[in-house]
Design a protein around this ligand. Structure first.
Ligand code: S3P
Length: 186
């Protein structure tokens, strides 16, 4: 396999110096926010944080346990507080849970204090990707294709407000990272 010279090299300094706010990845479950976010952070030489991981650390429970024991509203409240804490002026890459940007307060904060990147893919691609992990409470004992289609329709008007929109369909994650870097450089 051949690699293009840029594949593993850091992003050009021009891109890095351009970024003066946290970069926040938003979008549906399974779109690759965490994987792509981690790679983007490496390319930019920035720290990476996953908001679901932070919620789990802060609560000492998994996202599934939080939903199960306390319900979705309680989880959303914790999610809002954790994201507000993470957006502290420092430049970094943050992957959010799929519902975070739907909450008005969180969305307004991200749009004001950060650069929102909406990662988007076809439902078939998302369905295939979520089937690899059984930890998402909203997809347990459901038809993931149906739930993801409904969520896509409901959430699209919110995700569309992100400053940057990048498709993350079948291609390698590295190609998506490349497209985000290009958009950030503009
Ligand atoms: C959710 C997405 C999940 C997690 C929780 C709820 C959602 O994160 O925050 O299960 O409402 O879409 P991922 O998008 O990282 O799977």
């Amino acid at each position: 396999m051949t690699h293009s010279p840029s594949e593993h090299s850091p992003a050009p300094a021009a891109t890095r110096s351009h970024i003066d706010k946290p970069v926040v990845l938003v979008g549906l479950m399974g779109v690759g926010k965490s994987t792509i976010g981690r790679r983007l952070a490496t390319r930019l030489g920035l720290p990476f944080i996953d908001s679901d991981d932070e919620i789990e650390k802060a609560s000492g429970m998994t996202v599934g346990e939080l939903f199960e024991n306390y319900g979705e509203d309680y989880f959303r409240d914790g999610e809002r507080r954790v994201i507000a804490r993470l957006i502290d002026g420092a430049v970094k890459v943050i992957a959010t849970g799929g519902g975070a940007f739907v909450q008005q307060e969180t969305r307004e904060l991200i749009l004001k204090e950060a650069i929102a990147v909406w990662l988007d893919a076809d439902i078939a691609v998302l369905t295939e990707r979520v089937s690899r992990r059984n930890t998402r409470p909203l997809l347990r004992d459901t038809d993931p294709h149906m739930v993801l289609s409904e969520l896509a329709e409901k959430r699209r008007p919110f995700y569309e407000q992100a400053q940057i929109h990048v498709r993350s369909n079948d291609g390698a994650h590295e190609e998506t990272v490349e497209r985000i870097l290009e958009a950030l450089a503009k």
